[in-house]
Write a protein that binds this ligand. Sequence first.
Ligand code: C5P
Length: 221
Amino acid sequence: DAIPVITIDGPTASGKGTVAQRVATALHFHYLDSGALYRLTALSALSHKVSLDDEAALVEVASRLKPTFQADDVFLNGDNVSLAIRAEEVGNAASKIAALPAVRQALVELQLRFREAPGLLADGRDMGTVIFPNACLKVFLTASAEARAERRYKQLIGKGFSANMHDLLKDLNERDARDANRAVAPLKPAEGAYLLDTSNLTVDQAVEQVLGWYAAVSQSA
Ligand code: C5P
C-alpha cells in the first residue's frame, strides 16, 4: 500500500501512547489512538445507561460514534470529553466491551479511515494483527507491571484524578488478562513485530528506537 502505517501495540499503560504520539509528530504522520474509540464507546454507553452486557445496544452506540479529534482533544457531540474518557471507570468499561466481537467489528471502518497521507501511526492492541496487517513497521511495546502501574498512577494524579497503586496494579492485571485471553483480537505481538521493553528506557530512547527501525524499513522498501 502507498500510505505507510506504523503500528504500536502493547498492554495498558506501557507508555505506548506517549511514544506513539511523539513518533507521529516526528514523522508528521496522522495518529490513531484506537483505545480512545473503545473508551468513547464506553463513555457513551455509560452516559446513556446502556448495559455493558447488551451487545446489540453497544454495537448501536459504537456505530453511531462520531468523534472529532482536534490536536490533543477529542469531542463527542460537541462536548470535550478528553478528560472524561481517561477515568479508570471508563477504561475498565472499555476493556469489557472490547471483548465483544460485534463491538470491535463496528469500530473497524472508523479506524481504517485514519489512514491518510503522508502516513499513520496507529496505537492499540490489535493494530498490527487485525486492523493494519500490512503495516510497514509493527512494534510491540511492553513494560513490567510495576513500571506500568507507576506510570498510570502519575498520569491519573497529573490529570487530577485520585488513584492508589494497589488498586491500579489489580486493575492493570485484570485488564491485561482480559485483553490477552479474549477470543477475538487478543493482545499479542503481530508476526514480524519488533519487541520493545520500555521498563528501563526513557521516552526519548523508546522514540529513537522506533524511528531507527522505521528508517531501516523505509530504506529497504
Ligand atoms: O489503550 P487504552 O487503555 O486507552 O484502551 C482502553 C481499552 O480498550 C483497553 O483496555 C483494551 O481492552 C481496549 N482496546 C482494544 N483494542 C484496541 C485498543 C484498545 O481492545 N486496539
